[in-house]
Design a protein around this ligand. Structure first.
Ligand code: ADP
Length: 492
């Protein structure tokens, strides 16, 4: 029997994206459909999400949803059912999903995302009536702190008096915890008893993520290694005690990639499409990339030294401070670097200074550019990911699929998805990239040196590329893992 699941998320491709969560939320409905799960996605009604709906229907109206009028509109997300929470008081504004145009967090983020959770809990409990029939969901899957309150309301203040509906909370990044002051607690409309150590209270304020992790029936995160890492204080970021207390309710399910969007054989963004069998065609993309970034051109396939890229939020989580320290080493060894990203102004300035020091060898695009990210993956030799922590990481998965060799810190999903080119893996012919232990100048520059040595051996390098391209990071295994989890929780 088809299972109906409501996915509660603050972003989903192709409608709204600030990071990997959007890729995952956008791909999940398609990944689950073959496993008998119909997933409906619930998104906030940001202006461009509403604009994308065209002719739509109102599915439900709230006179007051946590104090603000709201209604529910129907749409489609990549052919799958979509519900959009149209609450102009919360979402009808210019800016980013979480920040104003000056990058300050919206002051009412607690209300913007608690309302999303309250709406989801109402829908799970049967608030939506269509043609005289109550529409129900068998399970709710909430993402990150922005979706987490769905689980909290479902457990602590459910809608109606129907059967209990189970929930899953997925942590895409435990660093973002939805912290707000104690003054918002009364406005969340939760029972007083939830102001407690095993409720929503967190160091004298509230944490929306904590509420979700404490109340969900299962907690997942996006790689097995990250699921282990967050059991400890270094990666658990203050929530490790709660994660340990949830014990067997916690597991890691690796993200997949959307093969319709990230496939070098059909990618419309590429100057030259290619496959594992036609890898030599890739050089046309490298030439185009050099030109686009104004980098000194190479001549043959390998002339000009390896072209490294970074596609990233420019933050310390992503190790951008250490990248800055390593650039002179990379250029000194004959490499070139193209960076696409935005974030911390200090890192943007540091990168610009590196461009000024190394004209023709280092180039920078500040901003967010989806098409350019495809062209970079399809033309560069290697991608650097010196992340301090990485719950799953999608960028290295795209790189593997595109024959762009990932050079990664051994953490989280990076550890789980890249096979280091150590002597044993090279001898067995299974390596797909380079890993380094720790995120510091010495670890990164040693990894860059090792990458250069591998690049100097064309047969070896070619094998790394081909192994990566043949690795299967499609959603098929992970879609099944989520469907199995849902069935376990619902007893279906
Ligand atoms: P995170 O969600 O922590 O930022 P992930 O690796 O899980 O990291 O996902 C990042 C996603 O955002 C990838 O799809 C990556 O290609 C994309 N991305 C990051 N920065 C940029 C940028 N400046 N331009 C285009 N895409 C970007």
């Amino acid at each position: 029997m088809t299972m109906r699941v409501l996915s509660v998320t603050s972003e989903a491709v192709p409608l709204v994206k600030t990071g990997g969560l959007a890729d995952v939320a956008g791909a999940l409905p398609g990944a689950l459909a073959p496993h008998g799960v119909e997933m409906t996605t619930l998104l906030p009604g940001y202006p461009h999400v509403l604009a994308s709906l065209g002719r739509t229907q109102v599915r439900h109206t709230w006179e007051f949803l946590l104090g603000t009028p709201a209604r529910l509109l129907a749409g489609k997300l990549g052919g799958h059912p979509l519900l959009v929470l149209d609450a102009p008081g919360l979402y009808a504004r210019e800016g980013k999903p979480y920040n104003d145009p000056a990058w300050r967090d919206w002051a009412d983020n607690w209300q913007r995302f608690a309302a999303l959770g309250r709406a989801a809990a109402d829908l799970a409990g049967g608030a939506m009536v269509r043609r005289g029939k109550v529409e129900r969901f068998d399970l709710v899957h909430a993402h990150d702190w922005q979706g987490a309150m769905a689980c909290a309301y479902m457990r602590w203040k459910p809608y109606g008096s129907g059967a209990y509906v189970p929930s899953v909370a997925t942590i895409h990044n435990i660093a973002f915890q939805g912290w707000f002051g104690a003054e918002v607690f009364p406005r969340l409309e939760l029972p007083d008893s939830t102001w407690s150590l095993d409720g929503i209270e967190y160091h004298g304020g509230v944490s929306l993520l904590k509420a979700g992790l404490a109340s969900a029936d299962a907690v997942t995160t996006v790689s097995p290694t990250y699921a282990r890492e967050i059991l400890g204080p270094e990666f658990g970021m203050g929530l490790d005690g709660l994660i340990r207390a949830r014990g067997p309710a916690v597991c890691g399910i690796l993200n997949g990639i959307d093969g319709d969007v990230w496939n070098p054989q059909v990618d419309p963004a590429l100057a030259q499409r290619y496959s594992v069998r036609t890898l030599s065609r890739r050089v046309a993309n490298k030439r185009a990339l050099e030109q686009e970034f104004g980098l000194d051109p190479g001549e043959g396939d390998r002339a000009g030294g390896p072209l490294f890229i970074v596609i990233s939020r420019l933050t310390s989580q992503k190790g951008m401070d250490v990248l800055l320290e390593g650039i002179d080493h990379l250029v000194g060894l004959g490499g070139r670097l193209a960076v696409l990203g935005s974030g911390d102004p200090g890192f943007e300035q540091g990168l610009q200074a590196a461009v000024d020091r190394h004209p023709g060898k280092v180039a920078l695009r500040i901003g967010y550019d989806e098409d350019l990210s495809h062209r970079m993956q399809g033309g560069a030799d290697a991608i650097l990911l010196p992340s301090r922590f990485e719950p799953c990481g999608l960028t290295q998965l795209y790189a593997l699929a595109y024959g762009c060799v990932p050079v990664v810190a051994r953490t989280g999903g990076l550890a789980d998805t890249v096979i280091d080119a150590n002597p044993a893996a090279l001898a067995a012919g299974v390596a797909t990239g380079i890993q380094h232990d720790g995120v510091n100048y010495y670890a990164l520059t040693a990894a860059i040196t090792r990458t250069m040595e591998l690049y100097d051996n064309p047969a070896q390098w070619n094998l790394l590329q081909r192994n990566g391209m043949k690795a299967d990071f499609s959603w098929s295994a992970s879609g099944k893992a989520y469907a199995d989890l849902y069935r376990r929780l619902t007893g279906a």
